[in-house]
Design a protein around this ligand. Structure first.
Ligand SMILES: *Cc1c(COP(=O)(O)O)cnc(C)c1O
Length: 461
């Protein structure tokens, strides 16, 4: 029998693959080094269909044409989340070092799920996780894993919390409740409700105070009402809408007294703990059983990465390790396998871009860059207060500024926002608070200037 011919066209080193790699890296280099990042904007499906259909063919259109299609049609139909005027949701502002290194992660074909396969990468990711854990005041034994995002981070932490509660019930000969309950503030992120849905558990909200902060007394009342059904309490270290930090120490005390797991959702805000003056606002994080922070939000890493950290990682191993015969050689070893700490198996070493950038620049640069956004939020809030046509909805605590334009309807806000994007000046979508339409600046990028924000305020008339 003759050997089958090797279909190596896509993999062999040839003139053609060399050109493909060069062309792609050249485009990546150009994009990474844009002096003026284009804001860009979405396109209607029919327009894209007209301009960009037909790229998947039997014989391929070739790298040149595919890159040109991406650069000229597809990329301009994606808003650049790293544009200095991207101020909606939570922007992304990856450092140049981190986004360049993301290319290396892909080129190196590293499997980030197990120590056996990715020891070097796992070690470097752990260096970052341990540094973060220390910043949050967690013990040296704390550890975790970089997962896709805050949603998966919250879900994985809550699954671990419930598993720990079940195990404890079993050890102590107690029955599990008919329905498990997770307690959080009404201001908690939507991903908590989503996690509860996936887990088929109930969410009970404890009332925050008039300022939107969750306190210990309110949590204690709910915990006493629901007793042993509660497997976790979630405190938020910086709400997405306003940047409100709960009274984490108070919530921690209420949870600890009743032996309930404390999870701190700091997807956006926990990065502010890198700024020494901000640390007191987060007191109590050091008591958490699990925490998350998203480097793709305020730690200047590219999408997508959430650092999930457990006080006692062995509890996560028990909850998450997948059992399968083909995995026995991995799961029977005492090695540190990131796959075993969250809902995932195969994983990209998505913590490496942050590791590289932190190693390159050092932690002081990170502290200064986070502080810049907090100071800028304060400065523009003061400017809003000085103006008659706009007013603050709430004093900013972190880097989110929520304000209203006096006399405007929801339609006025939308028309103004559309125009701002049309002019390619900025991306500021209307939001709402307690039924009232409002505007919101979420500031992350150190390239966002006070002057740009003032210009946006001026455009409100
Ligand atoms: C953004 C955010 C999340 C969700 O994180 P993703 O990475 O978008 O999945 C959860 N909690 C808070 C407080 C957030 O700001």
């Amino acid at each position: 029998m003759t050997a089958p011919s090797q279909p190596e066209k896509m993999h062999a080193i040839s003139e053609e693959t060399r050109h493909t790699v060069d062309d792609v890296l050249e485009y990546a280099r150009r994009r990474a080094l844009y002096e003026d990042i284009p804001l860009d904007k979405p396109m209607r499906p029919n327009d894209l269909a007209r301009l960009a259909s037909g790229s998947i063919t039997d014989d391929g259109i070739g790298a040149r044409r595919a890159i040109a299609l991406f650069e000229n049609v597809l990329a301009p139909a994606c808003i650049s989340t790293d544009h200095p005027g991207y101020l909606s949701f939570i922007p992304s502002a990856p450092s140049k070092a981190s986004l360049a290194f993301d290319v290396v992660v892909s080129a190196s074909a590293i499997y980030g799920g197990s120590w056996m396969e990715g020891a070097g990468a796992v070690f470097a990711e752990n260096e970052v996780l341990h540094w973060l854990a220390k910043e949050f005041g967690l013990p040296a034994a704390a550890g975790g894993v970089f997962v896709q995002g805050g949603t998966i981070g919250n879900l994985s932490a809550l699954v671990t919390a419930r598993d720990a509660a079940r195990r404890r019930n079993k050890e102590e000969g107690r029955a599990n409740p008919a329905r498990w309950v997770v307690v959080c503030s009404g201001e908690a992120h939507s991903s908590i409700a989503s996690a509860a849905d996936v887990m088929d558990v109930d969410v009970v909200t404890a009332a925050p105070d008039a300022d939107g902060r969750l306190h210990g007394e309110s949590v204690a009342r709910v915990l006493d009402e629901h007793g042993d059904a509660v497997f976790a309490v979630v405190a938020t270290g910086g709400t997405t809408n306003f940047g409100i930090v709960d009274d984490i120490a108070g919530v921690a005390a209420a949870a600890e007294e009743r032996g309930v797991w404390l999870h701190v959702d700091g997807a956006y805000g926990l990065a502010a703990m890198l700024v020494p003056e901000m640390r007191p606002a987060f007191a109590g994080v050091e008591l958490a059983d699990s925490v998350i922070v998203d480097p793709h939000k305020w730690l200047f890493a590219p999408f997508d990465a959430c650092a999930l950290i457990y006080r006692d990682p062995s509890l996560a191993l028990k909850a998450h390790t997948q059992k399968a015969e083909y995995l026995d050689t991995l799961t029977d070893s005492p090695d540190w396998n990131p796959s075993d700490l969250a809902i995932q198996l195969t994983r990209r070493s998505r913590g490496l871009p942050l590791w590289f950038s932190l190693a390159t620049h050092g932690t002081e640069q990170y502290r200064a860059t986070v502080k810049y956004a907090i100071d800028l939020a304060r400065r523009i809030a003061d400017e809003i207060e000085r103006r008659d046509s706009v007013s603050l909805v709430r004093d900013p605590q972190l880097s989110v500024v929520v304000f209203r334009r006096e006399g405007w309807s929801a339609a006025d806000y939308q028309a103004w926002s559309d125009q701002l994007l049309e002019e390619q000046k900025a991306f500021v979508v209307p939001s709402s608070h307690a039924g009232e339409p409002v505007l919101r600046f979420a500031i992350i990028s150190p390239l966002t200037t006070y002057e740009l924000l003032v210009e946006i305020l001026d455009s409100l008339g």
